[in-house]
Design a protein. Structure first.
Length: 150
């Protein structure tokens, strides 16, 4: 396994803060109360996780689009099409209440992981990409599951 470079690892971990904060405010009532009082409800529980989750799925579409630039012809058309799916999923599937939106985000992040795997197998990503994505996606799924299933 190739080591994940420090900058992508640290920035990726920092990108987990809204998911972790949302999960913490689900689990710790006094923290949720403090967050609502001092940060606002949009930075608490389901709201921060769902809003940020949709943003990250859209961001990851852009990342995959960048990897698709390494392709040509039919493979390019396939990769660009696949790269749009996470953003479209986030747009169409995050309404309907916090539980269903969280479950749809979980599905979206699992689908994104499949795309990460495919792009990696097609040698479009750095060698360290898939280990990074497995780590980050695992943490995101645990955080979103707290909101969806507890």
């Amino acid at each position: 396994m190739t080591a994940i470079p420090r900058a992508p690892l640290l920035l990726g971990l920092a990108g987990l803060i809204p998911f972790l904060w949302g999960a913490a405010t689900y689990l710790i009532d006094p923290l949720a109360d403090w967050s609502i009082t001092y940060l606002g409800s949009q930075f608490t529980g389901p709201y921060i996780q769902l809003f940020y989750g949709a943003i990250i799925l859209s961001f990851m579409s852009g990342v995959l689009w960048g990897f698709a630039t390494k392709t040509k012809g039919t493979q390019a058309a396939i990769c660009y099409t696949l790269a749009t799916l996470p953003a479209l999923w986030a747009f169409f599937m995050t309404g309907g209440g916090p539980t269903s939106a969280a479950m749809n985000l979980i599905t979206g992040f699992l689908g994104l992981l499949l795309l990460d795997f495919a792009f990696s197998k097609w040698h479009l990503t750095p060698d360290w990409w898939l280990p990074l994505r497995l780590l980050l996606t695992g943490i995101v799924l645990v955080c979103l599951s707290i909101g969806a299933f507890l």
